[in-house]
Write a protein of this length. Structure first.
Length: 181
């Protein structure tokens, strides 16, 4: 099961492109609201109805947690102890984490990205490097061990295709890429 965390102010395309593409290849995906309110307001005023709340996440079934960017959403997650504890818990358990745009900054704060190759929004490059991450400037998305990262909103499809490659395989991702063009 892939869970995609929706926090008020999230970047809509960075959350919904992964939902769409992963579901096209039959990966189980659920969107998760940080609060009891299933309606989450994105950074551009789009309301999205989450599938479940954070309390309903099945950690045992969780294979990957996806963290969309959008500075508002990232700050909301950073201010939610239960969300930050979940991120740390699943990373410590060896499960997959994915973060795009400003979201890798959450991982920097938890010490997760030290020594990892990361793609992120240029506004958080320094935070990533100061936390020991290696920022890749020539990629839109990358995977280093169990960490998948993407650059920004314009990289959402590439990021989602990388998630497909990790959850299925590269061939499936390539077939999906071809079907989208």
């Amino acid at each position: 099961m892939v869970y995609i965390l929706l926090a008020e102010g999230f970047e809509e395309i960075e959350a919904l492109a992964p939902v769409d593409l992963l579901r096209r290849v039959d990966v189980d995906v659920a969107t998760v609201s940080l609060t009891d309110d299933l309606i989450v307001l994105g950074g551009h005023g789009i309301k999205v109805m989450a599938d479940i709340t954070l309390e309903q996440v099945d950690v045992e079934a969780l294979e990957m947690l996806v963290l969309p960017g959008g500075l508002g959403g990232v700050n909301t997650i950073a201010d939610a102890p239960a969300a930050m504890e979940l991120i740390q818990k699943i990373w410590s358990a060896g499960k997959k984490l994915a973060a795009i745009c400003a979201a890798p900054k959450l991982l920097a704060g938890l010490g997760i990205i030290a020594g990892m190759s990361v793609v992120c929004h240029p506004s958080v490059n320094n935070e990533i490097m100061n936390a020991g991450g290696r920022v890749l400037f020539n990629k839109q998305a990358t995977c280093d061990q169990n960490l998948i990262t993407g650059k920004a909103a314009g990289s959402s499809i590439e990021f989602a295709l990388e998630l497909v490659a990790v959850m299925r395989d590269r061939e499936t991702s390539d077939r999906l890429r071809h079907a989208l063009t």
